[in-house]
Design a binder for this molecule. Structure first.
Ligand SMILES: Nc1nc2c(c(=O)[nH]1)N[C@H]1C(S)=C(S)[C@@H](COP(=O)(O)OP(=O)(O)OC[C@H]3O[C@@H](n4cnc5c(=O)[nH]c(N)nc54)[C@H](O)[C@@H]3O)O[C@H]1N2
Ligand SMILES: Nc1nc2c(c(=O)[nH]1)N[C@H]1C(S)=C(S)[C@@H](COP(=O)(O)OP(=O)(O)OC[C@H]3O[C@@H](n4cnc5c(=O)[nH]c(N)nc54)[C@H](O)[C@@H]3O)O[C@H]1N2
Ligand code: SF4
Ligand SMILES: [Mo]
Length: 704
């Protein structure tokens, strides 16, 4: 491997955006040497959010781009599924074979037998979403992307009416930053840049709410380590204290919220003693938190995804969002809340995604329930026919989706044809019939928009791809041509044409954006802080959300309706015990938190990341380890009704007794028996609009 060899004397800097599925969407400066090879990757210091900082795994990107195991040629399966036999095939023959398999599937079972399956492995809009145009054009089964954002976005939108909030750069002007259910040191490093600046320049206090002592909690001034799935109880108690002690801003609530009196009455019994019982925090910790945020006008609530990956996740997000609203924190610079900016961007995507070609009667299948779909579960299939052909881009479901045993059993079906377009031989690619090699971000043009910040950033092609490696757009266009839909609107365009067509609102084209590097889409202060009203027709924040009738970004299209146990959704913010609480047979609660050096299933292939992460481990409290007779470093078996796996124990008091943490979605074969952590996670939908409860699992543990 020839990673660190660019000759600095001749190197130039190329500008790009990090393509990975991370809220930060960093603006990048990439060193390119005279031979057209990339060297070091740095954060662009001119971008006000990135501020010159990127995470270590992306700084080492050359390791991924020039990896010796990178896929460089199309492959076709030889021998049985998943047995590891592969032969070479030309691009022409591979694309013909995929098109023929799709036509065969359609002829046997109708167009819904084909299920294009894709996610956010690249966040580039052209490369990520073009597959959706093909599925609309051919009336293939729809993809309901539930795995990541649904619970969080739904909970936030229920309160605020839209998905945006205070400028995340404003954290630098806060006096108290509450980092709630996110681990930014690992998962979105730039949050820390702005938070630490506030601490240095203003003496701001950093509060971290999490279920274990993760790298972010290690930097906290106030560390609140609670039991998984109990965040709403902490939020309710903080609001109870605010009303009790006169920190609730009644004038603000009268002007900007729906039912403050009803909320106050509801919270009367949700006092710190009640919350201590549920969360495992002490009454003193809860009082101290409530007093800190109550007395600090510029309190900024940075709400993450992690605390919403439970069966009450949407409810927890809504409850946490109610806290700054009761306190009136939104009125102050450096105050309020932020989760995602997804609603601020005005990109015209209809041509790209083929929306005009959509048929509303085509069924939508749930991404998280791929295991059930592929094993013939009638409910998951919406009581229609089987899926018998798939094209998978930008995701690795055999590793990252819940109910892994079902997923794997489904992929092994003899009557299922699967093509996977990838960078590496992932767990999913290993189960495919045809594997196609994909370009990486510096090898194709694309456009990216922040979720955790406010920029649209261009990522132009900077280096030549390997000779037989092709972009996602190429594959979609070639299949469309073979399937007779290449003449329909949205097809036949280059990446650059797509990018320009998405930008009319900003009056800029591809070349202009190349000059500018990015567009800062931040709304003005009053809009961002909802001082002109929240995102509902009456402008009022909802303490009493209409859970099943409020428009939400992830609301499933019509055929699906509301999901999960929505009868249990509370009238006002509340703790709802629909989580997998421990029982006699499953005495532990397991969260599967992210690993710092991996990004979901990506970077598990690079040596730098692998060395730093070591091996799959489960953290167990010393008291629990003693009770189970387990020593540090010993092999243990974890299990529940969905299956069981073996991995090594790490005895630590990082989490509370009764709580286990397994960091990282390791490749399945990194585990002792070739099965990964998602054997243990469930695909039962979260109310009201679906999602996967990755951090909400009850399990047993024994020496393995
Ligand atoms: N290094 C790295 N970066 C990543 C990723 C990665 O895998 N690795 N994944 C990327 C993706 S796709 C996403 S969506 C984002 C997600 O980024 P985050 O918003 O940070 O969400 P999570 O990674 O799910 O979990 C964050 C934290 O929530 C904690 N947590 C779990 N359950 C609870 C709970 O009930 N209450 C509270 N308060 N905390 C809880 C976990 O222990 C973890 O420390 O990160 C992105 N960035
Ligand atoms: N146990 C557990 N499981 C989880 C989570 C958890 O916290 N715990 N987190 C969940 C979350 S939030 C998410 S978002 C999912 C994400 O899980 P995945 O969708 O698997 O996520 P990634 O690793 O981001 O990307 C997947 C693949 O996309 C490929 N890829 C990247 N760019 C391109 C491209 O341009 N073209 C093509 N064809 N392929 C490309 C990469 O090589 C990678 O293999 O995992 C979920 N699974
Ligand atoms: S912090 Fe996130 S967006 Fe920034 S370089 Fe790392 S993975 Fe990419
Ligand atoms: Mo995600």
């Amino acid at each position: 491997m020839n990673v660190a060899t660019p000759n600095p004397a001749k190197a130039r800097i190329g500008h790009s955006a990090c393509p990975h599925d991370c809220p930060s969407t960093c603006a990048l400066d990439i060193e390119i040497d005279a031979d057209g090879r990339i060297g070091r990757v740095k954060g662009d210091p001119e971008n006000s959010y990135t501020s010159g900082v990127v995470c270590a795994k992306v700084a080492r990107y050359a390791e991924r781009l020039y990896h010796p195991a990178r896929l460089l040629k199309p492959r076709v399966r030889r021998g049985g599924k998943g047995e590891g036999g592969w032969g070479e095939i030309s691009w022409e023959a591979a694309l013909d074979a995929i098109a023929e398999a799709f036509v065969r599937a359609e002829q046997a079972h109708g167009s819904e037998a084909v299920w294009p399956y894709y996610y956010a492995g690249t966040m580039g809009l052209v490369q990520r979403d073009s597959i959706d145009r093909l599925r609309h054009a051919r009336r293939y089964s729809g993809f309901f992307g539930s795995i990541c954002t649904n619970t969080a976005w739904t909970g936030y939108t229920m309160g605020a009416g839209t998905l945006r909030g205070s400028d995340p750069r404003e954290m630098a002007k806060s006096d108290c930053i509450v980092i709630w259910g996110t681990n930014p040191v690992s998962t979105q490093v730039n949050v820390m840049t702005h938070a630490i600046r506030a601490r240095k320049e203003r003496g701001a206090k950093i509060v971290v709410v999490d279920v274990y002592d993760n790298p972010t909690m290690k930097q906290a001034d106030m560390a609140l380590k609670l039991r998984p799935g109990t965040d709403a109880a902490l939020a309710c108690a903080a609001m109870h204290v605010a009303f009790r002690d006169g920190h609730a801003d009644r004038a603000y609530m009268a002007a900007f919220t729906d039912d403050p009196a009803g909320l106050e009455a509801h919270l009367a019994t949700r006092d710190p003693a009640w919350a201590a019982e549920i969360t495992g925090l002490s009454i003193a910790e809860i009082e101290a938190f409530a007093a800190l945020v109550g007395r600090t006008k510029r309190s900024f609530f940075r709400l993450g995804y992690g605390f919403t990956r439970g069966r009450n996740g949407a409810v927890s997000m809504h409850a946490a969002l109610c806290v700054p609203t009761v306190l009136g924190s939104w009125q102050y610079e450096g105050g309020g809340a932020f989760h995602s900016n997804s609603d601020i961007f005005r990109l015209r995507k209809s041509e790209l995604t083929g929306e005009t070609l959509a048929d509303p009667d085509i069924r939508m299948l749930d991404q998280s329930q791929i295991g059930r779909v592929l094993t013939g579960d009638a409910v998951a299939l919406r009581h229609r026919g089987p899926v018998t052909a798939m094209l998978i881009q930008n995701t690795n479901p055999a590793n990252v989706a819940p109910e892994q045993r079902l997923v794997k059993r489904g992929f092994l079906r003899d009557d299922l044809f699967v093509a996977v377009h990838e960078h590496f031989m992932t767990d999913t690619a290993k189960l495919a019939d045809i594997v196609l090699p994909a370009t990486m971000f510096v090898e194709h043009d694309d456009i990216y928009r922040g979720g955790g910040q406010q920029h649209i950033v261009l990522g132009p092609r900077l280096v030549e791809p390997p000779p037989l490696v092709r972009s996602n757009l190429f594959v979609i266009e070639e299949l469309a041509r073979r399937l007779g839909v290449g003449h329909l609107p949205g097809f036949g365009l280059t990446e650059r044409e797509h990018i320009t067509r998405m930008l009319p609102f900003y009056e800029i084209d591809f070349d202009g954006l190349r000059q500018e590097k990015w567009i800062d889409c931040q709304p003005d202060f009053e809009t961002a802080h909802f001082l002109k009203g929240f995102g509902f027709p009456d402008g009022r924040f909802r303490f009493r959300p209409d859970w099943t009738n409020t428009p939400a970004p992830n609301k499933p299209p019509k055929p699906l309706g509301a999901f999960g146990p929505h009868a249990a959704l509370p009238v006002f913010p509340d703790y709802v015990a629909v989580i997998e609480t421990a029982d006699a047979d499953h005495p532990f609660r397991l969260a599967t938190s992210p690993a710092r050096n991996f990004l979901n299933s990506s970077f598990t292939e690079t040596r730098g990341s692998r060395q730093r992460e070591g091996r799959p481990e489960v953290m167990i409290h010393p008291e629990d380890a003693a009770a189970c007779g387990v020593d540090d470093g010993e092999i243990v078996r974890l299990g529940n009704g969905r299956g069981d796996i073996r991995l090594h124990a790490k005895v630590t008091d990082a989490a509370k007794a009764g709580v286990l943490i397994a960091e990282g979605v390791w490749p399945n074969d990194a585990h002792l028996d070739g099965e990964g952590i998602n054997v243990l996670t469930g695909a039962d939908p979260i109310a009201p609009y679906g999602g996967a409860a990755f951090h909400d699992n009850r399990v047993w543990l024994r020496k393995g």
